[in-house]
Design a protein around this ligand. Sequence first.
Ligand code: GLN
Ligand code: ZN
Length: 764
Amino acid sequence: MSKVSSPLASSSSSTPAQLITANLGFPRMGRQRELKFALEAFWSGKATEEDLLTVARTLRQQHWQLQHNAGIDIVPCNDFSLYDQVLDTLVLVGATPERFGSGPVTLARYFAMARNSGEQTAMEMTKWFDTNYHYLVPEWSAGLAFAPDTSKLLAELREARALGFEPRPVLIGPLTLLLLGKGVDDFDPFTLLPKLTAAYVKVLEALAAEGVISVQIDEPLLVTRITSETAAAYRNVYAELVKIPVNLMLATYFGALGENLPLAIELNTAGLHIDLVRAPEQLTHVLADLQPGQTLSLGVVEGRNIWLTDFAETQKLIDQATFCLGPRRVLIAPSCSLLHVPHDLRSETKLPARLKSWLRFAEEKLAEIVALAHHDPAAALANASTLADRKAADSSTNPFVRSQLNALEPKHFARQSSFPARVKIQSRELNLPPLPTTTIGSFPQTAEVRQQRAAHKHGHSTDAQYDAFLRDAITDCIREQERIGLDVLVHGEFERNDMVEYFADFLEGFAFTENGWVQSYGSRCVKPPVIFGDVSRPEPMTLKWTSFARSLTARPMKGMLTGPITMLQWSFVRNDIPRQLTAWQIALALREEVADLERSGIRIIQVDEPALREGLPLHPADRPAYLDWAVNAFKLATSSVADGTQIHTHMCYCEFDDILPSIAALDADVISMETARSRMELLHAFRTFGYPNQIGPGVYDIHSPRVPSVSEMGELLTLALQVLKPEQLWVNPDCGLKTRRWTETVAALENMCAATQTLRQTLI
Ligand code: GLN
Ligand code: ZN
C-alpha cells in the first residue's frame, strides 16, 4: 500500500483547510449529445471514422477542461467510451467474446459486438446494477486469449497529459467485470481468474510504467451480497494487484459495503471510495476499520439524482472523517460516476426558475464538490437558503394528497373478493372464449404517427387536425384487430410517445427538462421526467381515446395504464420524501383513472409494470421492504374496481423466480409477460409456486421482425398447457408492437389467432 508518494502529499496548492476533490466519471455524450450524433452519422455512413474520433477527442478535451476549471483536483480518464465501458474493459484485458474473432479489435469489430448490424447478433445488454444504463454482458469461455490491449487506455492518458492534465485512469475492477458476465454454455467463469488477474497486472504495470500514481478501480459488486467463493477471489486477485507500484482507489458505490466492509479493507488498497449518499451511516464503521495510511474518498454528492446537496448535513460527515483521518487522507467526490445525470443546467430555459434553482446536473455537481471541499462559506449560505426555499415551496406539498394518503386503510389495498370468486363473475360478464387472445397495448408507431405527434407538439397542427388523425388511426387499428379475430382489443397507444412521459404530462408534481439527457446505452439517451412535488391528477389521462375506441366495437376494449413503480423508476424522483410516498401518490392518481375508465364502461384495465423488478434493491436484505410497498402501490392503483372488472398487468422480462410471491401478491386477474425466447421455461416456476391467477405467456418475440409460423406458436401454447390449466391461459405477444411494422404485425397476429383456434378445437 502507498508504495509511491501520494498525490495528496505533494499537493501544495491547497491550504490545509481545503480538501482534495476528485471526480469518478463524467457524462460522455456532450452538452448537446454530440457523441450520439457523431456515432449515428458514422454508423449510417454519413461520417468517417476520423470524423467520429475527432468529435470524441474534442469531447474528452472539453470535459477535462471543464472539470479542471470547476476546481476538481483529480479528473478521471478512460471514463470515456464510444459505446460502453464494460466492452472497453473486455478489449483492455483481451477478453472480447470469441464468436467475434480474435486479434486487435478494430472499430468495425467493436461496433459489431455492440450493436446488431452484421450477421452476428450483438452481445447481450443488461442494466448496470440498479441504474438505467445498459452494459454489454461479457461472455466467458475457455478459449479467451486475455492478451491485454492498453492502446485506448494509454492513448487517453497521453491525450490528457498533452493538454496539461494529470488524470486518474478509471478501470472496472476484475471481480465486478467477471461477475457481471455470463459463462457460455455453462462455463464456470471462476476458472478464468488466473488469466484475468494476469491481464489486470499487465494493465496496471503499463500504467505504472507511464508514471501513473493513482488508479480508480471500480468494484460496485462489493455493495451486493457476494459468495465466499467471490470473497476468496477478491483476496487472491487484489493480493497481486496491490504489489504493483500504483495507488489503487477501490471505488464502491450504489450502496453500503455492509458485511463486505472487512473484505474491502483487507484488500489493502491505497484508498477506498464509499457512497455516503445512499449509505451515510456506513461512515462510522468505515472510519473505525480503515487501515492507517489508507485514504478515504467520500462520495457525498449524489451521482444518481439531480437535486442539490444538503451542505449542512454533508459537512457533518466531512468533519467526522477529517477529524479521524486528518485532511490529507480525505477526498471529496460524487457518490458514483456522474454518467447517470445530465450534463448541465444552462440550456434549461423552460423549467420554472424556482425548480431549476433546486437542481444540479453534472457540471453543477462539480461546483458543489469543490464548494464542500473548500468550505466555501458563501456557497454554504446560498445552499441553506435554497434548501429552505425548496422545503417551503407550496408545490412540494399538496394537503389534499397528503390527507388522502393519511386516510388509507387496508381496504384500499384489496379487491372486494378473492380471485376464485372474481373469476366466476368475470367469465360470466366478459363472456370470453377459452384461451382469449389479446395484445400488450401499442400497435406500430409508423413514421406518420410519430410525425403527426411531433407536428402537434410543436404547434404545426391544430388540436382538431391531430384529433382527426388519432381517430382515424384508432379506427383503422380496431378494424384490423376485429378482422384478425382478436378477442380483447386495445386502442393502439398512437397518442403516446413514451409510456411514462405521456402520463407524467397530465400529472401535477412532474416537470420536464429540455436537455436533461442521460445515456441509456450506446448512442441512446433518455430524458427522465422530474418528480419535484406531490403527485395528483387534475384530469383524466386516457379516458378520451379509450372510450372513443370502445365506442367503435362490440368486443371488450382494454384500458392501458403505466403502473406507479414504472413511473417512479423511469423518472428523477424527489429525495425529500421517501420513494414509497411518491409511488403511492402516483398510485392514487392511477386509482382515479381506473375509476373513470370503469365508470365509462371499460371492464378490462391493464396496468403495466415493466420496471417492478428493476426497482429491486441491490442488497437482498433491503428487498422485502421494497417489494411490500411496491406491491401495495399496484394494489392501491387497481383494487377499487368491481369484482367483474378484470385487472391485467404486463412485465416484459422473465426473471421472476425470486419474486414470484410478490407477483402473486399483486393479485392481478391476468399477467402477461415475456416467455417466447425462453420457450415457456418460466412457466415451470409459476407451476411450482402454484400461481393461481390467469397468465398470458408471450407466444412470440416482438423484438424481431420475423413472423413465427402457426405451428411454432401452437407448439409454445401446447407447452404452456402442460403446466397451466386451460382456463388460466391467455394468448398474446411478448410485449407491445410499437417498434414493428404493420405487415409483420398483422401476419404474426393472424398466425397467433390461427394457432389459438386450432388449440381450442382440442379443448372441446
Ligand atoms: N403497453 C405498453 C406497450 O404495449 C407496454 C410497453 C412495455 O411493456 N414496455 O407498448
Ligand atoms: Zn413489455
